[in-house]
Structure formats: structure tokens, C-alpha cells
Design a protein around this ligand. Structure first.
Ligand code: G3I
Length: 521
């Protein structure tokens, strides 16, 4: 039985029977929706109320969090909430190569051991993170090492660490963030790439499998939640490695999102599905949701954050290939984002005093499989049934049958200026988040980048644009462009327009079925 089976069987032996939990969950989810609009935060879970760990068990999904070793050692409430709410643990830093091996001939196991022992005491699965990463690598690694020296160091590290935790740690991130499509090679600059070339990825997985035939081996990546160049490159890399028999069991879509703009459900589910279709176990591996990049007040940000968590978690629950979700921390008190400097953000589901935020309810709703509710279309004549009514374009604007799609399409000759709808302020003044989607078709053979944005004008006439969605479209096929945008306004603007435009100057752009809908829990 793979480690995966062990966790499932262990879960089944704990807590209420799934059906009872499911019924309780439905009641909880309904009661939640009423309460939540009134309260910013909730009192601590009372005795008998469901917690995330129980609800995840009912949903048949893993629900985990990254763990800060210092907080676990020093903060009893942190340890109490961690044990109660999560069934899976990823050491946030303690099992990275640098923290584990500060010098070439010594290991610092204390923090990692403490986290592994805590997880074992609380029947929690463990995912080690990460053998190979360009950040937090040991300071004694260098590009002046020969290939044999670096390979020997890597082999020793992987073998030593896997031997220490054999049978105790269920899975490992073997390689983290190896893809960087902004570089010429498409790979992230690192000492591993410098000295060994891209084959270091395959070598690391083969070393790990040779050292432990049972542990699950994951690749982990940032920014591949939405369809696009980076997730495409990563998909092709996984396919190529798997076709060569490289032992990769799963992939982590990190999902560090922001409430001002995050992947559309269709994108996220399509990505989960295509990696799962390769035979990979998919994890949402590092979910958190920044709020400060979204205009608006605290309440509108927390409401958008609830829906962001609900959407990502429900995408995983809706896809059989997604095994579970790990949050990158659970209380705003210890988030890594606040170590990056600047105004402190609130990206997690408990506030700094361990009170449950609306985002906690978002995770609960997501685990129940409830997708965010879509309201009425706020765009006028989004299907162009009334011709060009409510729309404007700098160049020619023509309405025609949408070729191989039902309904009508609006086609603009000057796609860089694009298609615009003014006068959206009354509809959007309520604040977001909003779901945007449309179908686009570029009348050109090559590739074009299509963007949708909101143009917000303030009372001085100054305008700023809020990016809503972007898509790289191949020529002459209909593609859906979609995205979620969080909005709040301080002060209230004087006007808002929607603009959909493309990047290739000399080609026509056709647009159909434009929707901009409010999202609700
Ligand atoms: O342990 C030292 C401490 O001794 C020293 O006094 C202190 C001040 O310099 O630094 C401490 O190390 C810090 C470490 O976190 C532990 O707190 C590092 O400076 C700091 O850079 C490190 O940040 C971590 C970051 O990865 C490193 O890039 C974050 O906590 C961690 O959440 C973050 O996690 C990564 C994932 O591993 C991969 N995906 C992206 C994610 C966010 O960057």
C-alpha cells in the first residue's frame, strides 16, 4: 500500500462517519452563509462545532498547512490550532537543504525532528520540502564545484535525509521552482543548472527513488495555476520526464494568489486536470491570498479573500486528480509575506489572535464543494444580440455571426485599441469580487496576447487600469479568457469602463459572450 493509502485508512479510523459529517457540514455551510455577512471574525470554534480537519475528511481530501518551527516551539495556541484543524503538515523551512545542512559536514535536525514528532503525535501526514531549490540552498554549495562534487553532495543529502525519515514522511518536494520562462533556457538560474544543466531535475528524482522506493516524490512550482506560458512549459517538462520513466508521483501548484486578481476556476480546473491526466497526484501546495493589492476597505478585502479561498479549494474538491490543499501558514501572525517588508498583509484564514476570518468559512465552503455563486451579468448587451449597443471601438466595429460558435460576435479592426464599454460604475460601485469571462478569436495566424482590464477614472479625471484577465491566443480559434478581480473603492471613482484588447496591431479581434458577474459565497 502506498503512503497515500496509509493516510486514507488512518483518516477513516478517526472522527464521525463521513455521512454524518457531510450532513453536519451542509448545516454548517448554510448557517455560515447567513452569519458571515455580519461578522468580520468569528469566535473560536466551540465544542462540537466542525473543524477543517473533520470537514476535509468528509470531503475525502487532505487539508494541510506549512509549519513554522519557531512558532510551534514557542506558541501553545499555534500548536493547539495546528493539531485541531489540519491533517497534513509541510515544514515551512526546517527541511530545506540550507537549514538542514548549515555546514558541509554537519546536520541540524532539531527543527525538522520537532515537526515530524508533532505530526506523528497528532496522526498528521508529512510532506518534506524541498531537496533542491535555488533559494535556501547551503551556503557551501557553489558553482565552482565540479559536476561530480555537486552530484555527490546532492546524493549524500537526499540519501541521508530520506534514511532519517523513512516510513515517517509520506511525500517529499524533490525539486522546487525549476522553471522560469523569462530566461532563455526556460529554467531558473541556480547552482544546479550552472553545474549540472537541466538534467539535475531528473537526477534528483532518480536519486530519491533509489534511496526510498515507497515515498511519494513531488515536483513543486509557483505561478502555474492559470493556463499560460509557465504552466505550459511545466506541463511539457513533466510529460517529457514521465515519458522517460523519471519517478515523479505528483505536482504541487503553489497558488500564492491575491484577492485583486486570481486564476479563474476554469483555468485552475483545466490545469489540475491536465497534470492529473499525466498520472500525477495534484496538490494545491502553498495557498495564501494577499489582500493589500486590491483597492478597497478591510471588509471588502476579507470578503474577496473568503471567495478566493472558496474558489481554489472547491476547484480541488471538484477535481478527482487533486488530492488536497495545503495553506502556506494559517494565522496572519506568522505569515512569510510579512517578512518581505512593507505594510503587513493578512493572507491567511485566522487573524493574528487566532480568530477565524471569513476566509476560514471560504475553506469550509470550498471543502463542501460549493463554488462561489455567480450573480447577473453586469455588462450590457454582452452577447451582442442588440448589435453594437453599449459598445465602442476606436477602429471599425462590426457585428457578425460568431462563426463556429452560436450567437453573435463583435469584431474590431484595431485590436490594440480594442472594444470598450463605458458606464459600468453604477453596476460595479458595490465592490467585488467579480468574475470576468469572454470568448475571443484572433484573425491572425500567429500568437496574440489578449487582455481585459477595468479603466477606473477618479474625480480629477486621472485613470488607472486594473488588469482582470490575460490570455495568449493562437490564431483563428475561439478561446475563453477568464479571471477573477477583487474590487473596492476608496474614494468612489467617477467612472469605470471595461476594455478588451489584443497585442497584434494588424489583425482583427472578435469577441463573444462577455460576462462580468458579482461573486458571492
Ligand atoms: O533562520 C534564520 C534566522 O537564524 C535569522 O536570524 C533570520 C534573519 O535573517 O533569518 C532566518 O531565516 C529566514 C527563514 O525564512 C526562516 O525564518 C530567512 O531569512 C527567510 O528568507 C526565510 O523565508 C522563507 C522563504 O521561503 C525563503 O525564500 C519563508 O519563511 C518561507 O515561507 C518561504 O517559502 C517559500 C517556499 O519554500 C517555496 N515557495 C515560495 C514560498 C514563499 O517564498
Amino acid at each position: 500500500m502506498t503512503k497515500r493509502g496509509n493516510v486514507a485508512s488512518r483518516r477513516a479510523s478517526r472522527g464521525l462517519a463521513p455521512l454524518a459529517l457531510w450532513l453536519a457540514l451542509s448545516a454548517l455551510a448554510c448557517s455560515d452563509r447567513k452569519e458571515d455577512d455580519r461578522k468580520e471574525t468569528e469566535p473560536e470554534a466551540g465544542a462540537g462545532e466542525l473543524n477543517l480537519r473533520q470537514v476535509a475528511a468528509a470531503a475525502g481530501k487532505l487539508l494541510g498547512t506549512a509549519v513554522d518551527a519557531d512558532a510551534l516551539r514557542a506558541d501553545p495556541t499555534y500548536a493547539e490550532v495546528l493539531a485541531r484543524e489540519f491533517d497534513t503538515i509541510t515544514p515551512e523551512n526546517a527541511t530545506k537543504w540550507g537549514p538542514l545542512a548549515p555546514t558541509e559536514d554537519s546536520y541540524a535536525w532539531e527543527d525538522a525532528d520537532a515537526i515530524v514528532e508533532f505530526a506523528e503525535e497528532h496522526s498528521q501526514a508529512i510532506k518534506g520540502h524541498a531537496f533542491v531549490w535555488h533559494r535556501q540552498a547551503p551556503s557551501w554549495l557553489s558553482s565552482s564545484m565540479s559536476a561530480d562534487e555537486l552530484r555527490a553532495a546532492l546524493k549524500s543529502h537526499i540519501e541521508t535525509t530520506l534514511a532519517r525519515y523513512k516510513g515517517r514522511v509520506r511525500a517529499w518536494d524533490v525539486v522546487n521552482e525549476a522553471v522560469d520562462v523569462t530566461t532563455e533556457s526556460g529554467y531558473t538560474a541556480s547552482v544546479f543548472l550552472d553545474v549540472l544543466g537541466p538534467s539535475y531535475i531528473e537526477e534528483a528524482f532518480r536519486l530519491a527513488r533509489a534511496a526510498d522506493p515507497d515515498v511519494l516524490l513531488f515536483y513543486n512550482e509557483v505561478g502555474i495555476e492559470r493556463m499560460g506560458a509557465k504552466s505550459d512549459f511545466t506541463y511539457e517538462l513533466m510529460k517529457e520526464l514521465l515519458d522517460r520513466g523519471v519517478p515523479i508521483d505528483g505536482i504541487g501548484l503553489q497558488s500564492h494568489v491575491s484577492t485583486h486578481r486570481y486564476p479563474a476556476l476554469s483555468d485552475l480546473r483545466a490545469n489540475i486536470r491536465r497534470f492529473a491526466d499525466l498520472g500525477l497526484i495534484v496538490n494545491i501546495s502553498e495557498l495564501d491570498a494577499r489582500t493589500l493589492l486590491m483597492p478597497g476597505d478591510g471588509d471588502s478585502r476579507r470578503r474577496a479573500q473568503r471567495i478566493a479561498f472558496q474558489q481554489v479549494v472547491s476547484a480541488c474538491v471538484s477535481e478527482p486528480g487533486c488530492e488536497g490543499v495545503t495553506l502556506w501558514g494559517f494565522t496572519d501572525r506568522y505569515t512569510w509575506i510579512n517578512d518581505e517588508g512593507g505594510e503587513p498583509d493578512e493572507p491567511l484564514i485566522f487573524d493574528r489572535d487566532y480568530r477565524r476570518k471569513p476566509a476560514y468559512r471560504g475553506v469550509l465552503d470550498g471543502l463542501s464543494g460549493a463554488l462561489p455563486a455567480l450573480g447577473d451579468n453586469l455588462v450590457s448587451n454582452g452577447d451582442f444580440a442588440a448589435g453594437t449597443e453599449a459598445w465602442a471601438a476606436a477602429g471599425e466595429l462590426s457585428i457578425r455571426a460568431a462563426m463556429d460558435r452560436s450567437g453573435a460576435a463583435a469584431c474590431v479592426s484595431d485590436q490594440e485599441a480594442g472594444l470598450v464599454q463605458e458606464g459600468l460604475l453604477p453596476a460595479l460601485a458595490q465592490g467585488g469580487p467579480f468574475s470576468f469571462a469572454a470568448f475571443v478569436r484572433v484573425e491572425a495566424a500567429g500568437e496574440a496576447t489578449i487582455d481585459a482590464e477595468l479603466v477606473v477614472e477618479d474625480d480629477t479625471g486621472e485613470t488607472r487600469t486594473l488588469s482582470v484577465a490575460t490570455l495568449t491566443a493562437q490564431g483563428q480559434e475561439w478561446r475563453e479568457i477568464a479571471g477573477y478581480v477583487g474590487l473596492g473603492f476608496e474614494p468612489m471613482p467617477s467612472g469605470i469602463a471595461l476594455r478588451i484588447f489584443g497585442s497584434s496591431a494588424d489583425a482583427e479581434l472578435c469577441i463573444a459572450d462577455v460576462r462580468l458577474q458579482p461573486l458571492a459565497p
